[in-house]
Design a protein around this ligand. Structure first.
Ligand code: PGA
Length: 247
């Protein structure tokens, strides 16, 4: 059975002291596993501080080469070296502001899987796009084109409609469930029943008040949370909501 998972996306927020304060509070209060994807600068300290707890540490991006002359980039080997277990790939902000393409994201997903880091592949349509399901399906099939059925269960997919990110306007749980169901069924066509093992997260203005409405949905296995994940107590409340559904 798939377990519900809450993942925080801190984006470009948090210096060392508040990040470690967050880890101290959250590591002590978590009942089940949850993950925070933090800026590169705090990952190593957070990973040490969270060691032995149920808090997992993730990055928000990485390059798709293991090493070499790529000034300014961070490799999967570097992330593994400091205990990072998850990486967000293809977030809409990276696609929009940094020009990441489906082909880049496909290479990164491949490298993450080869490196033993769980990719959290982001997808989602902008406001007003016609046939959003077809668009999001095409993002996923491009990013997963090199992924074999037996690897699919290691991939996490976050459906985040762009108009819901940071706006306070969520998709309704029905709309999110419907989209994610369509996406899962499209994976069933490409990868067979391994589609049932993929964790699908909903993201976009999730908070401790609304998270349970999403987690109740059959195909929604968790949430990718931006703004509301920066506060330790909010994060613990959301993780507790997920944990209640795992039993
Ligand atoms: P938000 O961000 O929760 O602040 O809307 C979600 C995300 O960008 O992953």
């Amino acid at each position: 059975m798939r377990k519900k998972l809450v993942v925080g996306n801190w984006k470009m927020n948090m210096l060392t002291a508040p990040a470690l304060d967050f880890v101290a509070k959250v590591a002590a209060g978590l009942c089940g596993e949850a993950c925070v994807c933090a800026p590169f600068t705090v990952l190593s300290d957070m990973s040490k501080a969270a060691s032995g707890s149920k808090l997992r540490i993730g990055a928000q991006n990485m390059y798709f080469k293991e090493s070499g002359a790529y000034t300014g980039e961070v490799s999967p080997a570097m992330l593994r070296d400091i205990g990072v277990e998850y990486v967000i790939l293809g977030h809409s902000e990276r696609r929009m502001y940094f020009g990441e393409t489906d082909a880049d994201i496909c290479s990164k997903v491949r490298t993450a899987l080869d490196s033993g880091i769980a990719p959290i592949l982001c997808c989602g349509e902008s406001a007003g796009r016609e046939n959003p399901a077809d668009f999001v399906k095409s993002q996923i099939s491009a990013a997963l084109s090199g992924v074999r059925a037996e690897e699919l269960g290691k991939v996490i997919i976050a459906y985040e409609p762009i108009w819901a990110i940071g706006t306070g306007k969520t998709a309704t749980p029905d709309v999110a469930q419907n989209m994610i169901h369509i996406l899962r069924e499209s994976l069933r066509v490409s990868h067979g029943n391994a589609a049932d093992d993929v964790l699908f997260l909903y993201g976009g203005s999730v908070n401790s008040e609304n998270i349970s409405d999403f987690l109740k949905c059959e195909d929604i296995d968790g949430a990718l949370v931006g703004g509301a994940s920066l506060d330790a107590q909010n994060f613990l409340d959301m993780a507790a909501a997920a944990e209640r559904m795992n039993f």
